[in-house]
Design a binder for this molecule. Structure first.
Ligand code: ADP
Ligand code: ZN
Ligand code: ZN
Length: 724
């Protein structure tokens, strides 16, 4: 018998299957999906069995598989299918398509030391009579105490504090039992109650057919009770004896949402997010694999949860770009959800208050089934939104906060209510400029200015992490006449502290980099230990605080100015999401949006809570410019450390695409990427726009094949990119 094995070798050119002989000793055991150890290039490495067969007609002298790593296959049939599909859709390497589905402990690798934690229990090994006999002769009070406990306890968790346990074991009085334990556990806070769904919610729940595959788009305004709908559907799925996957964006995977699920479903829930350590992640994964839980709530990679009897996949905030993995393999969890939906013949539910244009367009063409929740559930009203033109404020000397916002903040502080302020830029100021020679302090490795961070007194590059401390003088002319421009969250926090007598907390990548800090800030703010929460877009999602009645957006233009065809959509979504944080209880909320472009349509529609208006206007622009959802987009990114080689090869690739793709397909570029140089690598890109192109996959593979052995140029294909 023979097996084809895909190995992890860390070299694109070796990304294919190799044949090995299956030794007689484990012929009965080995299955497709098993993780095995094999010899490759005289090195012992791991791989996955993808095929088993009887006859080998090739001419190579084959090696034997050395051993099976696990007793059972790690990849089940569905995962093998997903791996093939992901590889096909994203053009990624084969091995990466399988590896990405697994926690680190189960990936094919050279070694991992992530083990299973086992608890040791002490169990009585003799009859009660014999026990009494032993106790009567025993001289050690501590042993007697332990033995007495065993009289009415089935087992006792071992502790090093016990003494004489070894003697008891040697004498056969007790024995040990071992049981796998899980390191990550959450308990319900008791803060949440199960609510009775209103009529609209019930309608939505009843519209979902749990016994066939369809994709549903639930368009429900913020606070309309979508999460309650998800939980109700999951409850039904569980009653049918099936399992459920619930995806939420990484940054909305807050303790709040976890708490709500644990309150409702107890220890039937596994949680997967990037804050877990490798061992915790392994434990959560095993809970799913071993059938100990029936629900997973998690970020992107939870879409691969190895449930054997999946009943529904729900994706909340479906418009979020982080469902797409931005490095190899560039899969989108939404696509994987559809694959699993079809494979298992089960529904996939996408939910959002601001659906992506792609999803809403599909829903309006009945490709997806549209479900609606148009009102807030708890009788709360949508907030009133003020748009402030900062051009006028600056004339009055208000550079950071407008008068309206200051007055409103003061008003809430007096009333004992809470305020959330969004500023989508971390650090203190965005650039340092010399007043004498005009030069800007830039990253030596990237085409980008350095951001000043006051807390660490350093100027840092947000792309390559370069950092330089204590700059007081211009590096070009030596002048000490330096001025910083641009506003970051650090400076905003400082300014707020000057203006208000309030308890202020900041949440951005810098204050949440330590494990547990994100949870802490969220909880503390929830317990009203702070009055004002300042943060980057991290704060825009998923948080539900009844006391927040005012939301301020400090600079709505920062996302508008991004050179990407989705910048208006992203701005509209961000403003709507963050506005949705205000007034989620009885008190109606207010939102103040500060901008230099008050007439911009994404801001105008966000002010009116008019998703449909925005959708129509944006769709007509997309049609005009031939962008998604009218055209599909694929990016070919070409990068090199050598400026000239990068330029030359990028042009060759552009020509090749133009020559070989269908006539209706448009190829733009190559052009320089938005940030041309990052970490001393130069980036070019070709944009391919197409409606249908049967040649595309083949042509891209050809390019990939040519360049995967080229060490000077890196070519990376991004199908359906989330940013350009
Ligand atoms: P969404 O996910 O759409 O933002 P949630 O499910 O978080 O909405 O609900 C918003 C708020 O309304 C929550 O505090 C929730 O407990 C409450 N809520 C939802 N459905 C109901 C209901 N049927 N009756 C009362 N309160 C509800
Ligand atoms: Zn200077
Ligand atoms: Zn840099």
């Amino acid at each position: 018998m023979y097996a084809n094995v895909i190995i992890q070798y860390g070299n694109k050119a070796v990304d294919r299957e190799f044949t090995y002989i299956i030794p007689i000793s484990f012929r009965d055991k080995i299955k497709v999906g098993h993780r095995v150890r094999v010899l490759f290039n005289n090195r012992e490495i791991e791989g996955f069995v993808l095929e088993i067969f009887d006859r080998y007609d090739g001419k190579y002298e084959l090696n034997e598989i050395i051993s099976l790593v696990d007793s059972e296959p790690i990849l089940n049939d569905e995962m093998l299918y997903l791996g093939r599909e992901i590889c096909n859709k994203t053009l990624c390497s084969k091995i990466s398509a399988y590896q990405v589905m697994l926690p680190k402990a189960l990936k094919a690798s050279e070694s991992t030391n992530i083990g299973v934690k086992k608890n040791r229990y002490i169990v009585l090994n003799v009859s009660l009579e014999k026990l009494d006999d032993y106790i009567s002769k025993c001289r050690y009070p501590k042993q007697i105490d332990l033995l007495n406990q065993l009289k009415d306890k089935e087992r006792i968790l071992f502790s090093s504090k016990f003494s004489g346990v070894d003697t008891l074991f040697k004498n056969g009085i007790i024995r040990y039992e071992y049981e796998e334990s899980y390191r990550y556990n959450v308990n319900a806070s008791g803060r949440y109650k199960v609510v009775n769904l209103n009529e609209d919610q019930l309608n939505v729940v009843n519209s979902v057919d749990l016994f066939k595959h369809d994709t549903y788009l639930l368009y429900g305004v913020t606070g309309s009770g979508k999460t309650e709908v998800y939980m109700e559907l999951i409850d039904k799925v569980l009653k049918n004896g099936k399992d459920a996957i619930m995806l939420v964006p990484e940054i909305s995977l807050t303790p709040q949402i976890v708490d709500r699920f644990v309150t409702r479903f107890g220890d039937n829930v596994a949680i997967l997010h990037s804050g877990l350590s490798d061992t915790e992640r392994y434990d959560e994964y095993r809970k799913i694999m071993d059938g100990r839980v029936k629900i997973v709530v998690g970020a992107r990679s939870a879409i691969f949860a190895p449930f054997k009897n999946l009943g529904i996949v729900i994706i909340d905030e479906e418009h979020t770009s982080t469902y797409k993995q931005e490095n190899h393999p560039r899969y989108n969890a939404k696509d994987v959800a559809m694959m699993r939906g079809k494979y298992n013949n089960i529904p996939v539910l996408l939910g959002s208050a601001t659906p992506s244009l792609e999803s809403f367009a599909r829903a309006s063409k009945d490709v997806y089934k549209l479900l609606l929740l148009t009102k807030r559930a708890g009788n709360g009203k949508l907030p009133k939104v003020h748009v402030v033109d900062m051009k006028n404020e600056i004339k009055k000397g208000n550079f950071i906060l407008s008068k309206v916002l200051i007055d409103n903040i003061n008003d809430r502080l007096v009333k004992g209510e809470q305020v959330i302020l969004l500023l989508n830029r971390r650090g203190y100021s965005s650039m340092l400029t010399c007043r004498d020679c005009g030069s800007v302090l830039k990253c030596p490795n990237c085409d980008i200015s350095l951001t000043y961070h006051k807390t660490s007194n350093s100027n840092r590059c947000h792309y390559c992490n370069y950092s330089i401390k204590n700059i007081r003088e211009c590096l070009q002319c030596g002048s000490s006449n330096m001025k910083d421009y641009g506003l970051g969250t650090e400076k905003l926090e400082e300014e707020l502290n000057k203006l208000f007598d309030a308890r202020i907390v900041r949440m951005d990548m810098d204050t949440t980099s330590k494990k547990g800090m994100h949870e802490k800030i969220v909880n503390d703010f929830g317990e009203h230990k702070y009055d004002i929460l300042v943060g980057t877009q991290m704060i825009a999602k998923g948080l539900d605080y009844p006391l927040v009645t005012l939301v301020g957006v400090i600079n709505a233009d920062s996302s508008l100015n991004v050179p990407d065809f989705r910048s208006s959509e992203n701005t509209f979504q961000l403003l709507s999401q963050v506005s949705g944080r205000a007034g989620r209880s009885e008190i109606t909320g207010e939102v103040v949006i500060q901008t230099y472009n008050p007439e911009h349509y994404s801001i105008r529609y966000a002010k009116e809570h008019d998703y449909l208006g925005f959708y129509k206007e944006e769709m007509s622009i997309r049609r005009e410019l031939c962008y998604s959802p009218y055209f599909y987009i694929t990016l070919v990114n070409i990068s090199s450390r050598d400026y000239d080689i990068g330029f030359r090869e990028a042009n060759k690739i552009g020509d090749y695409l133009r020559k070989n793709l269908s006539n209706d397909t448009k190829v733009l570029g190559p052009s320089m990427a938005n940030i041309f140089r990052i970490n001393n690598v130069y980036y070019y890109q070709c944009i391919i726009k197409y409606k249908k192109d049967d040649k595309l996959n083949k042509v891209l593979r050809e390019i990939d094949d040519i360049y995967k052995i080229n060490t000077l140029v890196d070519v990376c294909v991004d199908v359906d990119p989330v940013r350009i």
